[in-house]
Ligand binder design. Structure first.
Ligand code: TYD
Length: 207
């Protein structure tokens, strides 16, 4: 869908931070045609669903139930925020979207990529992003950058393979649909990555 842009990446790559920086840049430069939003959540009902999904007390949640809740939040978020904004001629810049479900639920949680594609086809319909920015940083590097050796060790023991599967999943999606993805190397400084992000948006005619 034209003017619908999403940004994706593994946990800890600085995706949300980069989005905030870009939003501030837009505010400071009078750029007001871009609506910033995020998933899961982004609107009242969708944020309530987010609360259920991310509640640490719900650790016994079935993986398929979780996948349906992400898709449900997505339907509501599209209805409340994305579709109205696009209809008004705005650009929508969304922090995570359906690719997160493909890789986290489909591959990370091992529900199967095709199952999650099918499930989400109903939720997303024709509202696939015009393009998707992927902030490329391996989980290993992300954890090193965040907390050093201790954190790396702890996460390696607990769920490092999960994050690796998610990263490999993104790489698979990019391989299958290279034209939809804008891959940005996120291993440099915050400013370098921000610069690259803006360059992509200029080249794509958004800025
Ligand atoms: P988020 O708050 O965006 O975390 P971050 O700032 O680290 O990107 O997302 C919360 C978690 O939700 C994140 O670990 C990814 C996960 N998620 C899914 O598993 N499936 C989905 O469809 C979406 C949108 C997010």
């Amino acid at each position: 869908m034209k003017n619908f842009i999403t940004i994706e990446g593994c946990d800890g790559v600085g995706k949300t931070f980069q989005t905030r920086l870009f939003k501030e840049y837009c505010q400071q430069n009078g750029i007001d045609h871009i609506v910033f939003t995020r998933e899961p959540g982004g609107s009242n009902i969708a944020e309530q669903i987010r609360g259920i999904i991310l509640d640490a007390n719900n650790s016994e949640m079935d993986d398929l139930c979780e996948a349906f809740l992400y898709a449900s939040a997505r339907i509501q978020h599209l209805h409340d925020i994305v579709k109205p904004a696009l209809a008004q001629g705005k650009v929508v810049f969304c922090d995570r979207f359906v690719d997160s479900s493909y890789v986290y639920q489909g591959l990370g949680r091992n529900l199967g990529l095709q199952k999650i594609i099918d499930l989400n086809a109903l939720a997303v319909g024709e509202y696939m992003p015009e393009f998707t920015i992927f902030l490329d940083l391996s989980p290993q590097k992300a954890f090193e950058r965040k907390g050093g050796a201790d954190v790396t060790d702890r996460l390696e023991n607990v769920d490092f393979s999960f994050h690796q599967q998610v990263y490999d999943g993104y790489k698979l999606l990019i391989e299958q649909d290279p034209d939809r993805f804008e891959v940005i190397d996120a291993s440099g400084t915050i400013e370098e990555t921000q610069q690259k992000l803006r360059e992509v948006l200029i080249r794509r005619g958004i800025l």
